[in-house]
Design a binder for this molecule. Structure first.
Ligand code: GAR
Length: 206
C-alpha cells in the first residue's frame, strides 16, 4: 500500500479528483494526508470530509524558503510518503527539498511544457497565439516547471477564448490526466530514463 501525500494551496479540485479516483478505482494506495501552506485553503474541507488527515504548514510564518521547506519535509517524512503530489501548490521549492524526493514528487502545470512556465499560463498562451493549449503532469526537478513529462492533455484555443475560459476547460482535462498519472506511479508503471518517462502500459486508450 503506497502512501500518497498531496500538497495544496487553494481550491484543491485536482486533489479531489485524485482522492475520488483512488476510491472509485480502489487503488492499492492510501491518501495519507493533505498538506496546505495556507490555513484557509478550501480544499482542506473536502479532505476532512473524506476522513483524510490534514496538516497546515503556514508558509508566511517562516523567515526563509529553506526553513519552510524543512518543516514541510519533516511533516511529509513523519507520514512516510512514497509519493508527493503537488496539486495547485503555489510555492517554489528549494533544490534540497526537490532532491530529497527525487523521482517521487510530481506536479501538474497548466501549459504544454516546455512552453509557458511560471504564472498566468493561459494568458501566455493567448499572447503567443497558440492554437493548442494544455496541461502537463511531470516529475519535479530543481528547475521550475521542468522535469520528465509523464502525461499531457490539450484543448483547442478558439477566437473568443479568454484566460478564464481556457482555465475552466483545461481543468476538466487536468482532472483526467492527473489521477491517471498518479495511478500509473502507484502501479509502478513509470520509469524515468534521463529526461524521459517510459510508461509501461498500453496508452492507446488514453
Ligand atoms: C490547476 O489549474 C493547476 O494546474 C494549477 O493551479 C490550479 C490548481 O487548481 N497549478 C499551477 O499553476 C502550478 N504552477 P486546484 O487547486 O483546483 O487543483
Amino acid at each position: 500500500m503506497k502512501k500518497i501525500v498531496i500538497l495544496i494551496s487553494g481550491r484543491g479540485s485536482n486533489m479531489q479528483a485524485i482522492v475520488q479516483a483512488a476510491q472509485r478505482e480502489q487503488w492499492a494506495a492510501e491518501i495519507a494526508a493533505v498538506i496546505s501552506n495556507k490555513p484557509d485553503a478550501a480544499g482542506l474541507q473536502f479532505a476532512q470530509s473524506q476522513g483524510i488527515p490534514t496538516v497546515v504548514v503556514e508558509s508566511k510564518t517562516f523567515a526563509s524558503r529553506e526553513s519552510f521547506d524543512l518543516a514541510l519535509q519533516q511533516e511529509i517524512d513523519k507520514i512516510g510518503a512514497d509519493l508527493v503530489v503537488l496539486a495547485g501548490f503555489m510555492r517554489i521549492l528549494t533544490p534540497a527539498f526537490v532532491q530529497h524526493y527525487e523521482n517521487r514528487i510530481i506536479n501538474i502545470h497548466p501549459s504544454l511544457l516546455p512552453s509557458f512556465v511560471g504564472l498566468h499560463t493561459h494568458q501566455q498562451a493567448l499572447d503567443a497565439g497558440v492554437k493548442l493549449h494544455g496541461a502537463t503532469v511531470h516529475f519535479v526537478t530543481a528547475e521550475l516547471d521542468h522535469g520528465p513529462i509523464i502525461d499531457q492533455a490539450c484543448i483547442r484555443v478558439s477566437n473568443d477564448d479568454t484566460a478564464d475560459s481556457l482555465a475552466q476547460r483545461l481543468l476538466e482535462k487536468e482532472h483526467i490526466i492527473y489521477p491517471r498519472a498518479v495511478r500509473l506511479f502507484v502501479e509502478d508503471k513509470l520509469e524515468v530514463q534521463g529526461d524521459r518517462v517510459l510508461i509501461h502500459t498500453d496508452t492507446s486508450q488514453f
